[in-house]
Design a protein around this ligand. Structure first.
Ligand SMILES: Cc1cc2nc3c(=O)[nH]c(=O)nc-3n(C[C@H](O)[C@H](O)[C@H](O)COP(=O)(O)OP(=O)(O)OC[C@H]3O[C@@H](n4cnc5c(N)ncnc54)[C@H](O)[C@@H]3O)c2cc1C
Length: 315
């Protein structure tokens, strides 16, 4: 943005966004009318009115305080790997919590990981140091903060199993420590956001031979490569599994929708619980495909498939 440029825009709920609220916030990047397609693994999504990326926890704290004082509730993203953003975008402030400057910390049997860092990079580091905890998460492409919010899981484990506590920036801009027992976790969900934005999380670990752990994460990655359609943009599993015995992908396969398309959105031929973007898919295409899947599965099995992905913005 140009200095001194007068710009007022309307956020959802009728709150006026004056770009001056971003003045003097320190190490922070501000983009206006930024296509969310550039910030989501689906490569889908219209513009965010403002997309703001603080590069330090302090600039995030100041930003959050300012937004709160102005009555603006930001939409938070991490790496955008579990989000479908509408084609008309987000008429609000999007705060991207991604790779801000922050240092991991290690204690005797637990470690503090920065919320904006990529989880997979952290798992690799932990494995090479012989810290056994989140190996199963190797290959999940989001941030540590996103993984806590989503209670990310794989191979029979999830974040809540290893979490000790979480550091958040609350709406008044204060950093608060929230103990694991004060957060409600469920299948691919948590209520951590009621406390604030996750800026770091501590996980317990056990000691193990580093070589063995590195071998283990390589094996997990190989399984992902074999199972997941990693050659097209996607947002991971679209639906929650109704149960362990009834994976969503199996139900979708059984109603014959593998490979079916709406525009450039296609049910992956490799894994039916993934929708892939063949190139120019819109959010509308994806949502139509989601509804088609839900209808068919409901009619054949009497089972409602609940989306796992977060759906945000306007169509
Ligand atoms: C190929 C592929 C494979 C995947 N495999 C798995 C898997 O095996 N298991 C699994 O659980 N998921 C999987 N996912 C989904 C996704 O990677 C995870 O849910 C991940 O944890 C999301 O992190 P993110 O940073 O991308 O969050 P985003 O997608 O950016 O955001 C997801 C939600 O978290 C919130 N959020 C993000 N950051 C923060 C923060 N710092 N503080 C508070 N709230 C925040 C957002 O508001 C949003 O509601 C996969 C995705 C892909 C594309």
């Amino acid at each position: 943005m140009e200095d001194g440029e007068e710009d007022l825009t309307m956020a959802e709920g009728g709150v006026v966004i004056d770009q001056k609220i971003f003045d003097g916030l320190g190490d922070i990047e501000i983009l206006k009318k930024e296509p969310m397609a550039y910030h989501t693994s689906f490569h889908i999504g219209g513009p965010a009115e403002y997309l703001v990326t603080p590069h330090t926890v302090d600039s995030l704290r100041m930003l959050v305080r300012r937004l709160n004082d102005s009555g603006i509730e930001p939409f938070i993203i991490g790496a955008g790997t579990n989000i479908l953003v509408g084609d008309k975008g987000i008429s609000d402030v999007v705060v991207k919590v991604y790779e801000f400057k922050c240092a991991d910390r290690f204690e005797e049997d637990y470690c503090y990981l920065c919320g904006g860092d990529l989880l997979t990079a952290k798992v690799k580091m932990l494995s090479s140091r012989g810290f056994k905890c989140l190996q199963w998460a190797y290959g999940i492409p989001g941030t540590v903060g996103g993984a806590v919010h989503m209670n990310a899981g794989a191979f029979g484990s999830d974040i809540s199993e290893w979490l000790v506590n979480v550091e958040v920036v609350d709406p008044s801009g204060e950093v608060r420590l929230i103990e694991r027992c004060d957060i409600n976790f469920g299948y691919r969900r948590s209520d951590v956001s009621k406390c604030g934005i996750v800026v770091g999380a501590s996980f317990r670990f056990e000691r193990e031979d580093p070589e063995r752990l590195v071998r283990e994460i390589d094996e997990y990655m190989e399984i992902r490569r074999q199972r997941h359609p990693l050659d097209y943009p996607n947002a991971g599993s679209i639906f929650k599994n109704p149960s362990k015995e009834t994976p969503a992908g199996k139900l979708i396969e059984e109603v014959g929708l593998k490979g079916s398309r709406v525009g450039d959105a296609m049910v992956s031929k490799k894994h039916a619980n993934f929708i892939v973007n063949l190139g120019r898919a819109s959010a509308k295409d994806v949502l139509e495909l989601i509804r088609r899947i839900q209808d068919e599965v409901w009619h054949k099995f009497d089972i409602f498939l609940e989306p796992e992905i977060c759906i945000a913005g306007e169509l």
